[in-house]
Design a binder for this molecule. Sequence first.
Ligand code: G3P
Length: 217
Amino acid sequence: MKFFVDTADVDAIRELHELGMVDGVTTNPSLIMKSGRDIKEVTAEICAMVPGPVSAETVALDAEGMIAEGRELAKIADNITIKVPLTWAGLQACKVLTGEGRMVNVTLCFSANQALLAAKAGATFISPFVGRLDDLNIDGMDLIAEIRQIYDNYDFSTEILTASIRSANHMKEAALIGADVATAPPNVIKAMANHVLTDKGLDAFMADWAKTGQSIV
Ligand code: G3P
């Protein structure tokens, strides 16, 4: 499973990138707002650091506007993925932009039928939001499993990009289902390294080591 980082925080991306943990980056208008940076400037900086797909989201609500914004965002770098919402206009924009050979990430997906439409419109990535479904007491991972089955039934090449990930457990579940990509905030990716038995075991090793009076270097 590919790891994308869901942030526009350049320093946080760099830290994970240096460890080889970043296959791509996703941003959205809320993350750009949070960064306090200019969208083109910060996106260019991210694209220069990360060779994989970097999603930058359009904000127009009509297809024509999304297409114009998508073309403008695509000028930033070759690895830009244009993010459009899963509305009828977004599907129209997806069809046109992928027809021009651009990568498109269709976002704000909350149903298998929406994902089926995105695949038919030629989406490069579909972004189902698991955390926001969980917030409504609907198991977001059931949606990932449904989309996986539908895409496999018909050999759609659209990649399932599990989004709105809130926990390390979401990462594991997405990987078990066979999502192509998971995009997560940096703290969630780092939390995957945590285990209480690792901490406990390390404490015991350190206590015993201190008793030996030895040093390695
Ligand atoms: O990738 C979409 C993601 O940013 C949404 O996450 O936590 O705001 O639902 P969240």
